[in-house]
Design a binder for this molecule. Structure first.
Ligand code: DC
Length: 236
């Protein structure tokens, strides 16, 4: 049965650097959907842990105390004048941390934080609340499998680790963060391993997700493929 676009829930999952955030933002813009970058939420929690100098994973109880009192807010990205890259704006307790959560330090620690079951449980509930009314596209690792197992459309984006490292390097350069390509590729492969092997909600392609390999596709081609899938689902 066809649905109104304003009621749709779209899940976009895949490993780090597969292009999910750029694709999700462009699809959201095209169809007037709300974009929810769930990775940014795990990064915000990581920032909170580092800011309070918590020793993870030992000080989980302290982290949960801070997290349950915290407000994480995501706002639409503003286009940067100096780059094509945009990140969703992220606020934690009214403090903007959009750029702070993209540093290599956060990227290195986020897998430890995102493997903590209590953190996941809390963020999954928030994400379900944020998407409950529909008209949303969420990107992450477990959207189609755990957060919205009944999503109207599930897409699983993949790309080789070399291609993903090149894209991540460009993204970091746009933030004036200098990083060696090999270091980024090593980090991506390590995060893949941690994301795929963690006990709670490991990264998995949901059975009913559509696989899109983006290695030889431009961003526009990926956005167009997903747009056709959305148009097939919706009434105009
Ligand atoms: O997409 P990203 O690189 O910004 O995500 C940051 C980390 O958060 C990534 O290492 C895995 C984790 N993550 C997760 O476990 N579940 C999600 N739904 C989104 C991200």
């Amino acid at each position: 049965m066809k649905k109104e676009i304003s009621k749709l829930v779209i899940a976009l999952d895949g490993p780090a650097g597969a292009g999910k955030s750029t694709v999700a933002r462009l699809v959201a813009e095209r169809f007037g959907l709300t974009y929810i970058d769930t990775g940014a939420m795990y990064r915000a929690v990581t920032w909170l842990a580092l800011r309070h100098k918590l020793n993870m994973p030992n000080q989980q109880a302290e982290l949960m105390g801070l997290l349950l009192d915290a407000e994480i807010k995501l706002l639409p990205a503003e286009k940067r004048s100096d780059s094509n890259e945009t990140f969703q704006k992220v606020f934690l307790n009214e403090q903007e941390i959009t750029e702070q959560i993209r540093t290599p330090e956060i990227t290195q620690s986020v897998s430890i934080i995102s493997a903590i079951p209590e953190v996941r449980e809390h963020l999954v509930k928030l994400q379900q609340r944020m998407g409950a009314a529909g008209g949303v596209i969420l990107d992450g690792r477990d959207i189609g499998s755990t957060v919205f197992p009944k999503a109207d459309l599930k897409v699983f984006l993949v790309a080789s680790s070399q291609e993903r490292a090149l894209r991540r390097q460009k993204q970091l350069m746009s933030l004036n963060i200098d990083c060696k390509l090999q270091d980024i590729q090593n980090d991506i492969e390590k995060r893949d391993y941690l994301d795929y092997s963690r006990k709670v909600s490991p990264l998995r392609q949901a059975k009913d997700a559509i696989l899109v390999d983006t290695d030889n596709l431009s961003i526009d081609e990926v956005v167009n493929q997903i747009s056709h899938l959305i148009e097939d689902l919706t009434c105009s």
